[in-house]
Write a protein that binds this ligand. Structure first.
Ligand code: PMP
Length: 287
């Protein structure tokens, strides 16, 4: 595929950066993943805004405006035959390459900008009998206290994801020291109780997911399903009727088992199907 690196388009396997790049040495960077289905993006503007906010929060001085990002990403999708494929675009901005390894932010270093595309699956069917359901494990959230920043330093997330993976699950749901749900290692999390969708509040313990934003906004606009943003205890998770996860690549995905025990009756629930239909109808028009 064709990648973008510091102003140039080139075959992905030819892209090279210095080992002194601070992204490599310190995980000192911000990233995004944006889905495009047959050339149509989901949440492009909020994804770009989240990246610009993240870069500002760690003082990486990237000069690209939101409009310039939009042109770059749409162009990269077009160069990778995005009009007839489902592609994710990975965007990575590191603080750049210094002449030495030194923790302090260097002056006068240009950020490294790297983007590439990769194939993503077709959306799942809006059908609770046919959708792929996931199983998860659980762990105390042992990442850092700045989970709202989409940092490329993902070792904490990677270690939790591996906990799920190594035990034959596809995610790991995380809880804080107060036994409250935060999110999963690469996804936001939701429970459904008595028809109400409940998801943890957006604070420093979770990534402000764009899919989460589109889900909440589209459910509120539709009005037929009630949504609450509040703290969720793990007892509520274990006794929920339904549990879901969300991300740009998984959209809204149902969870049918937690730590080997069934969620609700162990089947994908009706609120998932209703919510996924509402989300699917709204996802391309949400700005
Ligand atoms: N939480 C974490 C920790 C993530 O890494 C991600 C993205 N994979 C999400 C939530 C979901 O965010 P989004 O909906 O913007 O993809």
């Amino acid at each position: 595929s064709i990648a973008y690196l510091n102003g140039e388009y080139l075959p992905l396997e030819e892209a090279r950066i210095s080992p002194l790049d601070r992204g490599f040495l310190f995980g000192d960077g911000i990233y995004e993943v944006i889905p495009y289905y047959n050339g149509k993006s989901v949440g492009l503007v909020p994804h770009i805004e989240r990246m610009i906010d993240g870069l500002a929060s760690v003082e990486i001085k990237c000069k690209k405006s939101a409009d310039e990002w939009k042109v770059l990403l749409d162009d990269l999708i077009a160069r990778n035959e995005g009009a007839t494929n489902n592609l994710g675009v990975y965007v990575h901005v590191s603080r750049g390459t210094d002449v030495k390894r030194f923790h302090a932010y260097p002056e006068n270093v240009e950020p490294t900008i790297f983007c590439f595309t990769f194939a993503i699956k077709d959306p799942e069917p809006v059908d609770r009998e046919k959708v792929h359901a996931y199983t998860v494990t659980t762990s105390e959230d042992l990442r850092w206290k700045r989970c709202h920043i989409k940092s490329t330093a993902l070792l904490g997330n990677v270690m939790h994801f591996q906990q799920g993976h190594a035990s034959g699950n596809s995610e790991c749901l995380l809880y804080n020291a107060n036994n409250e749900l935060t999110e999963g290692s690469s996804v936001n999390a939701y429970i459904v109780k008595d028809g109400v969708v409940i998801t943890p509040i957006q604070d420093n313990q979770i990534l402000p997911g764009i899919t989460r934003r589109i889900i909440i906004d589209s459910l509120v606009a539709d009005g037929s399903i009630k949504v609450e943003e509040r703290n969720v205890t793990m007892d509520e998770v274990y006794s929920a009727d339904e549990v879901w996860i969300s991300s740009s690549s998984k959209e809204i995905a149902p969870i049918t088992q937690i730590d080997g025990k069934p969620v609700g009756n162990g089947k994908v629930g009706p609120v998932w199907e209703a919510a996924f239909r509402i989300y699917t109808d709204a996802k391309f028009t949400h700005s």
